[in-house]
Design a protein around this ligand. Sequence first.
Ligand code: AP5
Length: 219
Amino acid sequence: MASFIVLLGPPGAGKGTQAQIISKTLNLAHISSGDIFRENLKNETELGKKANEFMSRGELVPDDLTIAMIQDRLSRPDCVDGALLDGFPRTPAQAEALSKMLAEWGVGIDCVPYISVAPEILIERLSGRWTCPTCGYVYHEQFNPPVVVGYCDKDGSKLYQREDDKSETVTRRIDVYLTQTSPLIEYYRGRNLLAEIDGTLSIEEVTKKLLAEIKLKIG
Ligand code: AP5
């Protein structure tokens, strides 16, 4: 039976960090809407250019573009056994569209772990984040540093800081999350799918709690 897991949480909560670990542990495709947009931007596609108009301001990319992109991604063969969704859905319209597309495929969402972290911690996390352009691994200069400062442990690539991690854009992203995405917490709680995890614990502790909650829901 296919398993679909939605990781919910504010920018910088640790969704990407945890999704990289958990997708490997559970052998699920890791679908990150932000990564797909950034890949499109790097490849200078029309979607990438359009998405960047919104991403650079810390706004959400319009629902129609985002939903079509995710529908296309979830239709690929590596998602036949399920997927771990990171960063999607982010609005009630996206949540409805996801339920509808999964229902059409005869499946549904199994679990929505919500990683909760207070805004002041999010700012500290995003301002110290460094990402590998080759493998996508995410570091933090203080909380999860690479062995050699500025270079990826896994493949030696030079790490970079995301454009949208500038302080004014981070503040906007957190506001957008609070107004447009946080209503999904109650939306999924009402459907008995939500599992709240304290995202201020260490990366290892959060992983343990996430895996325990997911196991409870999907066995
Ligand atoms: P996206 O790429 O999805 O960004 P985000 O949701 O803002 O989340 P982040 O990637 O910033 O944070 P994260 O929770 O993954 O944290 P991470 O693990 O890196 O979206 C970017 C943009 O794309 C959006 O603003 C929007 O414009 C657009 N977009 C994407 N999806 C969309 C959608 N569905 N609809 C419309 N628009 C969309 O961790 C952060 C840092 O903290 C790292 O340095 C990490 O090492 C560290 N860290 C992680 N966990 C811990 C821990 N437990 N303790 C200490 N440090 C930790």
